[in-house]
Design a protein around this ligand. Structure first.
Ligand code: IPM
Ligand code: MN
Length: 359
């Protein structure tokens, strides 16, 4: 029996609409192949919404997301809003949406695809076996902490890094459960040699670890972790950390696997999940049919797995991505300067063909 689901689609800015189209094609292929009925309805967010309605997250978009089974977001961000205050920037729409959905656990898997060892800056023998997941706390910490203010003229500014026990506990729980189904190692990343928040983080994560005796917990300082990701990336399994640390280290992982354009994410809470590629709006690439759709398509796979509880369909999409990359299909971000590369639509065609041919 096929199932029916409503997906809110937020294409957003820059390359967002182009990679969103790739994700939609793949979801429609899955729906046809497995007899599901997916109603995919687009809504404005980010700069597109600021231009049309003067706010980065219109009320209609917010309501539609809350009423959906899952939300797919492609990218937000536009340099023409760079001088605006934080609340009037495209990014504010995404931050408000994460908060509205209560998606506190952001899963950002990174692994080395067959055929891509050597695509990134690491020596192949160092990169080999890289297969990790960053679990980024997504609705707290420095991104949301108050007080916050900017007094540009007076030359002072404040941001705040607060966490409560329950915020740390619930995201740590997600990390331990995930690790239990993988290689059973959780690395909790903090800065407890300097920050009080990190001392609480470390204590609470250690408590949660006692409920998961089959999973090993280790603690690592964030600066040291940034270095280990480059020197010994394959030793990591699941890493859990506060919002800003996760933002920074997940871009690093993008470079290690060959391109930030490959990374997907799933943001989970108690209601509909939010699924988005880790990359941004890449304004310089926008409108050129040159962006890598893999991060978006892999996010659609995560939407199928975690958002709609369709693990078989999710795995089929992931195998199609693997097959496309293994056959040598490459967008420009994965090709040394000047070499021949596929367009966004050609790369998507290759993945869709692999998906249609499978099973
Ligand atoms: C990400 C992005 C966002 C973030 C921006 C667009 C607000 O960089 O999802 O990693 O900082 O969380
Ligand atoms: Mn980021």
């Amino acid at each position: 029996m096929g199932r029916s689901a409503r997906i809110a689609l937020l294409p957003g800015d820059g390359i967002g609409p182009e990679v969103a189209a790739a994700a939609v094609r793949v979801l429609e292929t899955v729906a046809a192949k497995y007899s599901h009925s997916l109603e995919i309805v687009p809504h404005p967010i980010g700069a597109a919404a600021l231009r049309a309605q003067g706010v980065p997250l219109p009320e209609g978009t917010r309501q539609a997301c809350l009423a959906s089974d899952a939300v797919f977001l492609a990218a937000v961000g536009d340099p023409s809003f760079d001088a605006e205050p934080p609340a009037k920037r495209p990014e504010a729409g995404l931050l408000a949406l994460r908060k509205a959905l209560g998606v506190y656990a952001n899963l950002r898997p990174g692994r080395l695809f067959a055929g891509l060892n050597g695509a990134g800056p690491l020596k192949p023998e160092v990169a080999r076996g890289l297969d990790l997941v960053i679990v980024r706390e997504l609705t707290g910490g420095l991104y949301y902490g108050t007080p916050r203010r900017l007094d540009l003229a007076g030359g002072s500014a404040v941001n705040t890094l607060p966490y409560t026990r329950s915020e740390i506990e619930r995201v740590a729980e997600v990390a331990f459960r995930l690790a239990a189904g993988r290689r059973r190692l959780v690395t909790s990343v903090d800065k407890s040699n300097v920050l009080e928040t990190s001392q609480l983080w470390r204590a609470v994560v250690s408590e949660v670890a006692r409920r998961h005796p089959d999973v090993t917990l280790e603690h690592q300082l964030v600066d040291s972790c940034a270095m280990s990701l480059v020197t010994t990336p394959s030793r990591f399994d699941v890493l859990v950390m506060e919002n800003l640390f996760g933002d920074i280290l997940s871009d690093e992982v993008g470079a290690l696997v060959g391109s930030l354009g490959l990374l997907p994410s799933a943001s989970l809470g108690d209601g509909p999940g939010l699924f988005e590629p880790v990359h941004g709006s890449a304004p310089a690439l926008a409108g050129r049919n040159a962006a890598n759709p893999v991060g978006a398509v892999a996010s659609a796979a995560m939407l199928l797995r975690y958002g709609l509880s369709l693990p078989e369909e999710a795995a089929a999409v992931e195998r199609a991505i693997e097959a496309a990359l293994a056959s040598g299909a490459r967008t420009r971000d994965l090709v040394p300067a000047g070499g021949p590369a596929l367009t966004t639509t050609e790369m998507t065609d290759t993945i869709v063909r692999a998906l249609e041919g499978a099973r």
